[in-house]
Design a protein around this ligand. Sequence first.
Ligand code: NAD
Length: 258
Amino acid sequence: MLEGRKALIFGVANDHSIAWGIARALHAEGATLGFSSVEGLIDRRVRPLADRLGSTFVEPCDVQDDAQIQRVFHRWGEAYGELDILVHALAFARREDLEGTFVDTSREGFALALDVSAYSLVALTRHALPLLTPRASVLTLTYYGAEKVVANYNVMGVAKAALEASVRYLAADLGPRGVRVNAISAGPIRTLAASGVSGFKTMYGRFRDVAPLRRNVTIEDVGSAAVFLASDMAAAITGEVLYVDGGFNVLGVPTEEA
Ligand code: NAD
C-alpha cells in the first residue's frame, strides 16, 4: 500500500514505542523510513532499531529547538528530496504534573507540556512543508484525556486538546495542497511515556474489562491504522481523530463483565 513512499518518524524511544509499531507497519507496506529522536536515545536505542528495517537516516532532534528541527528536514531534503509521510509520536510533561490535581500545574510545567506535546506538531509540519508531496499525510498521536477528564492525565489532557485542535487548523491550511493531517487516539499502551502517568498500570489493567472489544490495544493495532491514514485509502480523510481504542470512547457508563 505504501510502495515508493518516504516516511520520517519522530518519537521512537524503544521497541515498545507507538512510533516503532507505526514504523514496522509502514515498512511492511513498502515505505522507506527515516527516524528522529532525542540525542540521548540515538546510538543506544534508535539506530539498532532503524537497522532492523534497513533504514540509514537517523537524526537527533529536540523538538523544542527550531534549529534542530530545521537541520533534520534539511538533511532529509538532501537525502530524499521529498516527504510523503510525517509521523509525530512524541509528548512530554513533568512527572509531578501527571499526578495529583490539575489545579496545581505550574506555569512552567504547563508551557513545557504544551510546547513539546502540541506546538511541536505545528513546528515539524511547517518545516516539512517544502518537502511534502501533494498526496502527503501527517499523523500524530493523541488520547481520550483531551476530551474527558482522566485521573492524573492533567496537563497532558490539555496539551492533547491543543494538539487535536492543531490537527484541524493544519488540515485546513494544508488541504488545498492535497496534504492531509490526522490524529490517532490510542487506548492505553504500556510505553515509557505512559509509565510517567501516575496510576497508569491500574488503568491499563481495568481497560480490558470495560472496553467493548474486551482487550488492550497494541502498537500493531496503531500501526495498522497509521498505514490506512497514510495511504490513498484515506485520500478524502483529513482533520480527523481516529480512535484505536477497542471502542472505549463510545461508553457512557462503563460496565465490567462479571
Ligand atoms: P514513548 O515514551 O515510547 O515515546 C515518547 C517519545 O517522545 C520518546 O521517543 C521521547 O524521546 C519523545 N520526546 C519527549 N520529549 C521530546 C523532545 N523534547 N524532543 C523530541 N522527542 C521527545 O511513548 P509512547 O506512548 O509511544 O508515546 C508516543 C505518543 O503516543 C505520545 O504523543 C503519547 O502521548 C501518545 N499516546 C500514548 C498512549 C499510551 O498509552 N502509551 C496513548 C495515546 C497516545
